[in-house]
Write a protein that binds this ligand. Structure first.
Ligand code: DNO
Length: 357
């Protein structure tokens, strides 16, 4: 298992590589090139420069989060083949700089969604929050505006302004598409890409839908044990795997996260884990809490134990953190709370490991 942190390249992060290097036990980072338009090839020279920057800070670059998928692929348009070819070329380039794992998602139009980016918690910190009723009261363009205008000037992954312009039309498109067709488009993508992931030894790790229930009538696919089973059976290569995000799946109170981890880790299909806690006040209303079990609904000991007991040897990152100690950073991605999360998770791992000896 390796503990890593998400980091944004190109001067688009308040957190420095030097600071990340000083978090005990963190071996690397999972960056992305956010300025490359979705669907275009990530140039090798840019990747080599990124690797050099990361390695010279004493950190590893074995995971990328994320290479986003062009909407034409998700829509199944004839133009998808060009974007799939570009995706394969990007995988080849990533392999040339030693990347082993690629996190991506197959969510229509929007990546993750929240109703608030700085919801005040009782301890004076702020956190990302979700309230389904509030979301349904807004229109998608307002949600995008809310996220982009509260991002403190940072790029918000999955909310690229150029894609947001298309949002209204895209939503209509997906509303008239059957979920089965959406699955078929996913299979088409996997069957084209996975043989190259094998060839270049880059494990593909899909991120669950966040939230894991439908919003605005959009298809939701990676949101439950049953659907993850279906996803993994679409293409049975080990290179077709999961990013197991406890917070995304945990937003559906019916999901038993330790059981999900046990099942898919035992099959060797989890390559990357995003571990964070969330606290519900009611169904479909939650805040992202601090990582420890006592702060949220999820039992972190059971979750980490499920990974350990089932031989997980992939990457873990503490997921979003709260904004604490007056930090000014990209919502969810400050230094302090994620560093506390990493240390806590490493502590659980060590205790579980030693209890087995
Ligand atoms: C949210 C992240 C996601 C994730 C993508 C992967 O903060 O976990 O945006 O990076 O879904 O493609």
């Amino acid at each position: 298992m390796k503990m890593i942190l998400r980091w944004f390249a190109g001067g688009d992060d308040s957190v420095s590589l030097k600071q990340i290097k000083q978090i005990p036990g963190v071996s690397g980072i999972c960056p992305m090139l956010s300025d490359i338009p979705v669907g275009e090839v990530w140039p090798l020279e840019r990747l080599m420069a990124l690797k050099e920057e990361v390695n010279s800070a004493g950190l590893e670059l074995e995971v990328i989060e994320s290479v986003n998928i062009h909407e034409d692929i998700k829509k199944g348009l004839p133009t998808r083949d060009r974007y799939i070819d570009n995706y394969i070329k990007t995988i080849e380039n990533l392999s040339k700089i030693g990347v082993k794992c690629l996190c991506y998602n197959f969510m229509p139009v929007m990546d993750w969604m929240r109703s608030e980016l700085a919801y005040p918690l009782s301890d004076g910190s702020t956190a990302l929050a979700y309230d389904h009723e509030e979301i349904l009261k807004m229109n998608p363009a307002d949600i995008a505006d809310g996220i982009l205008s509260n991002s403190k000037g940072y790029y918000m992954p999955g909310w690229e302004p150029e894609r947001m312009g298309q949002m209204g039309e895209d939503i209509k498109f997906y509303q008239s598409m059957s979920t089965e067709d959406y699955w078929n488009n996913m299979k088409y993508f996997l069957d084209a890409v996975i043989p190259y992931a094998e060839k270049y030894d880059v494990k593909m790790a899909i991120h669950p839908d966040d939230p894991p229930f439908s919003v605005f009538g959009l298809p939701k696919v990676i949101n439950s044990a049953e659907n993850m089973r279906k996803f993994l059976s679409l293409n049975t290569s080990k290179y077709n795997g999961l990013t197991l995000c406890t917070g995304s799946l945990g937003a559906d109170l019916n999901n038993d996260i330790p059981a999900i981890v046990r099942e898919f880790a035992a099959q060797g299909r989890i390559h990357f884990a995003h571990i964070r806690n969330i606290k519900h006040s009611e169904d479909k209303v939650f805040t992202e809490s601090a990582h420890p079990s006592q702060c949220g609904d999820l039992d972190m000991y059971e979750i980490v134990k499920a990974f350990y007991d089932n031989g997980f040897d992939g990457y873990i990152r503490p997921d979003h953190g709260r904004m604490i100690w007056d930090e000014q950073a990209r919502p969810g991605y400050g230094l302090y709370d994620r560093a506390l999360g990493a240390t806590y998770l490493l502590g659980l791992w060590e205790a579980i490991e030693k209890s087995k000896k």
